[in-house]
Design a protein around this ligand. Structure first.
Ligand code: SME
Length: 240
């Protein structure tokens, strides 16, 4: 317990308030002995130039600096910046589950008031018909354990997949057939994952706040999802 309290106090001491944060092209380092400033700012190395543009650090960094530092969760996220951070995170890797996990973590930790963010991907339907050849199967996500399989046309996810359009639901309790995986959810946005005209699944994001998602959130999230889709290999997945 004592160690935990000490660790929390130390974390608090090192916390940087937004007004004290360094300009994006500098990295904050601890003050040198006898230096008058509380925090000394030094230019980063050339190997980190691209990371500095987006606030991220090279995976080869051995300085103890976290590989990726994302901004605090925001009510109105800067989606242009998030999209740049996403490009940096996904750079050099096209594996579906890896990229989907990273995407979910970025969204979940950058947008305030979320209780779930993640993917459902197409899989062969348990009872396949010509109209409904696939089900949606739980993929990478952040949040509480969730419903594993959703048939096409069921709930918000199945409806968005079947109609191939974004569903922005301000009050999930007013949505006929909504599937309540987490009773904390009050609003939801579901965006279909479509590449080259084929549907591969959906991105689902839930909030405990009614009407959490605005049209700006919709545009920003659709743009980020398009970047994820372009950067990722879906060839192993069934599609419709
Ligand atoms: N609410 C969704 C089900 C998925 S969970 O929220 C994670 C729906 O109605 O499709």
């Amino acid at each position: 317990m004592a160690n935990k309290a000490l660790a929390t106090r130390q974390r608090m001491r090192h916390r940087v308030e937004p007004s004290q944060q360094a300009p994006r092209h500098y990295v904050a380092r601890p003050a040198q002995k006898n230096h008058p400033a509380a925090t000394r700012l030094i230019p980063s190395t050339v190997s980190k130039i691209s990371a500095l543009l987006t606030g991220f650090h090279s995976p080869s960094s051995t300085t103890g600096t976290p590989m990726f530092e994302t901004s605090a969760a925001s009510d109105k996220p800067d989606y242009d910046l998030l999209n740049k951070q996403l490009a940096s995170i996904l750079d050099g890797e096209r594996a579906l589950m890896t990229n989907a996990a990273q995407f979910s973590a970025l969204i979940f930790n950058s947008i305030s008031d979320l209780n779930w963010a993640g993917f459902y991907f197409c899989t062969e339907a348990k009872t396949a018909t010509q109209e409904k050849p696939c089900d949606l199967l739980l993929g990478a996500f952040q949040g509480k354990v969730a419903c594993v399989r959703i048939p096409l046309g069921r709930g918000v996810c199945g409806s968005a997949a079947q109609e191939r359009k974004t569903f922005l639901v301000p009050d999930v309790h007013a949505f006929p057939g909504h599937i309540a995986c987490d009773s904390a959810s009050n609003s939801e946005i579901v965006i279909p994952v479509i590449k080259d005209g084929k549907l591969y699944g959906v991105l689902d994001i839930d909030s405990p706040r009614l009407a959490r998602f605005s049209s700006d959130d919709q545009t920003g999230l659709e743009t980020m999802l398009a970047s994820f889709i372009a950067a990722t290999d879906f060839s192993a997945l069934p599609s419709i």
